[in-house]
Design a protein around this ligand. Sequence first.
Ligand code: GLC
Length: 551
Amino acid sequence: MSRKTTSDLWWKNAVVYCLDVATFFDSDGDGCGDFVGLTERVDYLRGLGVNCLWLMPFYPSPNRDDGYDIVDFYGVDERLGTLGDLVELIRTARDRGIRVIADFVVNHTSDQHPWFRSACESRDSPYRDFYVWKDEKPDEQPGDVVFPDQEDSNWAWNEQAGQFYLHRFYSHQPDLNIANPEVRDEMAQIMGFWLNLGLSGFRVDAVPFLIEPIGLPEGAVVEPHELLRDLRAYLNRRNGEAILLGEVNLPPEEQRTFVGGEDGDELHMLFDFVGNQAMYLSLARGDATPLRETLRAAPALPHIASMARFVRNHDELTLDKLTDDERQEVFARFGADAGMQLYGRGLRRRLPPMLDGDEAAIRMTYSLAFALPGAAVLFYGEEIGMGENLAIDGRLAVRSPMQWSAERHGGFSLVEDPDDLVRPVTDGAFGPRHVNATALRRDPDSLLNWFERLIRRRRESPEIGFGTLTLLDVEAAPSVLAHRCDWRGSTIVAVHELGGNAVEVQLPVDDGEALVDVSTGEEHSLPATLALPRYGARWLRVRRAGQRLPP
Ligand code: GLC
């Protein structure tokens, strides 16, 4: 790829913003966010500098899993507006240089979906074979259940059907039968429908669960990855620039197959769950080693594919890939209260309160995640330093309404009664009186304005999005992660202090004339010694003879 064509593989250098329409901005005062409200706030996102918007599920749903339980794949939840309002949003976002992707949740449907209802009614229903049935409950291993506080098996009895059905998530989310070609056709058709309405791709929910042939007869699915290859081929026949960003929380050695190995013909991007967990362990210990080792062990990806880096998402901060002892270290540091923990494996918290509102630490953490190769993904509200609301049940604690101002309900809604809000607003030290977008916009040194500059720098640093990662040896300073991203003769060096102690580091970089700080322009001649304050973060560009650096 030439330096000129950075828009071709646009996703590799993307900054993605994830939000739930229902909790973002309520335009009509009914207590629930809507498409019209989000459309009004597109310029806020444009100002922030993100270039891709990931919408959490907006489909009709009984909302027993916040929309991840769908009853109609071709519609929108009427609380959010109309299909027309959604298309208008997509168009407005596109006008501001923002592509829109959406959750694609086809591992399962809601048990209220007409397919499942019909399937339960009779063994002769054309939809019976859309789901996975058994007369006897199959044997299960402990640990197979995703939501152990609510479910104790992946099989539930349906009285009307007279059989057990498979559900990897809640029992109200029956799994679809991927061995059925009609189910596969439906999946492709759903993609095609939304692409035609203007989406630029999908965040694919629960990918390993989607393709696993669990409960199916021997040989029913010979090659599970074929489903991903087929969907990818279909997607890109319909729209060459559309992407699949997959939720694949698997160990490094299993990740590569999900992008299609060397062929790169399955998912375009994978969320970096393993790196994310190692980052929290490093932060808890004040030692960059776990993260450094994890990055070192990461699989090489084909040119077309990439990782998606994130700090927090809409689910619990899962720590399932750490050992029990490591997980306890992270719990002790970031969520010692049992009420902050979930399923014994995660934390239902946002970053700012986990770091006790320490802005240097918050900025360093985001700077670090955004300095690693691949796309950067930001969960709404993190840019203003919002906190979770532990009064909200389970994982939803981090999905409280966006805090726009110090006004009532954080300026999210004009509804009178707080009980009519889709979800309670966060209160206390991280509530809207202290943390809101309006106040932060007016303060040039605020976290929000810092994020705007971070994202701008990130977008202007294609070395990070497209480049190759090399870890630099600064083992004399164990709390520091130093790495470089090289791309087409240009280099960014990034240095982050994770322990909260001021340190000096010698950077082993000798292939240029100087290192130039991308924020301040400060020059460090080589060999460079850098003084980092506690939780310091620096992005530096290597200056080479005859090279003109970006402004
Ligand atoms: C994914 C989503 C989660 C949802 C689950 C079932 O893990 O991130 O929010 O509950 O899938 O769809």
